[in-house]
Design a protein around this ligand. Structure first.
Ligand code: V47
Length: 364
């Protein structure tokens, strides 16, 4: 039963009309999960191509974090190390290339590369690394660098974002992941990740990437001290950007893990209800995004299955070698394709392997 006060909003969604900020706030605050699930599922099915309504996308990928050395301090990060701290590492070009090659041998079609803000592993290092991967593993799609890293390379080299991106594209960059967005609200960023670029720059870098023809993703990290209105504003900011540049493929609502982090002592942990709400609200607000990802490494396999009933149509990949969320205690290590497919089938959906750009992959 839909609450009477929500009926107008539900009617708008059913009629395929865009909902505004105050309606989104009402929906987030008032709607129960069955209502959100019903509406988000409707939108998800409507977005799918004919006969693909039950399809859930997944991919075969590995994560590669060439360095954990980072001069930024984010209170939710358990991955970053200072240069001389125990456990700090920077891979050589050969070591990093070998990891990409091994992933490819195991079937990966994509390598997801992100690292700490390390002045010793910046634009020259990554240009060399991308060239080396393209030379040795030419069929691997390179999805790399958060906008925060691009901003860092630009600052160090005094090049424009466009020049940095062009340099990386020439070296082999194929697309960009959606990390580093966190929560756009300045008050939250100032507390949680004061050294990260502000929201405007994150958006400008994605805008530049889209203009250059690169596709990218967008994330939101919930559970870092934000109000629920901040989440709504974050998602609406992404919708506005997508209206302008059209290059985002997927929205990925992330949720904070707290082990070994400073933030653990400062905030109430995000709840399962909020995780599911963020998936559904993402699907309902982002009428101009094709896909919503339930990132199982953070949600866990069971919660990711539930998220598929709440608007998500992608659960990401085999994610071999994930380190960032695991450093904060997620405990969900990468998995094998068969297991991933089973998770999707057991949730009542039809698994479909994709490449990074959502082309269907058929394997013999
Ligand atoms: O930017 C950092 C987040 C992001 C923690 O684009 C944390 O396809 C939870 O962006 N708990 C990196 N999250 C991951 C990411 C991503 C993952 C999968 C697919 C794609 C894609 C992008 O992880 C960071 C930050 O927002 N993060 N620390 C933590 N303690």
């Amino acid at each position: 039963m839909i609450l009477a006060s929500l009926k107008n909003i539900a009617d708008k969604i059913i009629a395929n009309e865009r909902i505004n900020r105050s309606e989104a706030i009402e929906l987030y605050q008032q709607a129960d999960l069955p209502t959100l699930g019903y509406l988000a599922n409707l939108v998800r099915q409507r977005k799918a191509k004919p006969n693909q309504e039950k399809l859930v996308w997944w991919n075969t990928n590995l994560h590669l974090n060439p360095t954990n050395v980072c001069i930024g301090r984010c209170n939710f990060c358990a991955f970053a190390k200072l240069p001389n701290e125990e456990g700090a590492y920077t891979l050589s070009i050969d070591e990093a290339t070998a990891k990409a090659f091994k992933g490819y041998e195991l079937g990966a079609t994509e390598v997801h590369i992100v690292g700490g803000l390390n002045p010793k592993a910046a634009l020259p290092y990554y240009s060399e690394l991308l060239k080396s991967i393209k030379k040795n593993v030419p069929n691997l799609h390179i999805k790399a660098f958060t906008a925060v890293e691009i901003g860092f390379f630009a600052k160090l080299t005094k090049l424009s974002y466009e020049e940095v991106l062009k340099t990386l594209v020439n070296a082999g960059l194929d697309s960009m992941p959606g990390g580093g967005a966190e929560i756009f609200a300045k008050s939250v960023r100032d507390e949680a990740c004061p050294d990260k670029i502000p929201a405007e720059m994150w958006l400008e870098i994605h805008n530049t990437a889209h203009k250059l023809g690169l596709r990218s993703n967008a994330t939101m990290l919930a559970g870092i001290g934000e109000k629920f209105e901040d989440r709504i504003d974050h998602i609406l900011t992404l919708r506005e950007q997508q209206d302008k540049s059209h290059g985002f493929q997927t929205f990925i609502p992330l949720s904070c893990h707290y082990e070994d982090t400073e933030i653990a002592a400062l905030v109430e942990p995000i709840t399962g209800i909020e995780q599911i709400k963020n998936i559904a609200i993402g699907r309902l607000l982002l009428d101009n995004f094709d896909h919503i990802k339930a990132y199982w490494i953070q949600l866990g396999q069971k919660m990711a299955q539930v998220a598929l009933q709440f608007g998500a149509d992608d659960i990401d990949g085999t994610v071999v070698d994930e380190k960032i969320t695991n450093a904060a205690g997620s405990g969900h290590k990468g998995t094998q394709a068969d297991i991933l497919k089973k998770i999707i089938i057991n949730a009542g959906f039809q698994p479909q392997e994709r490449d990074t750009l959502y082309n269907i992959i058929s394997r013999k």
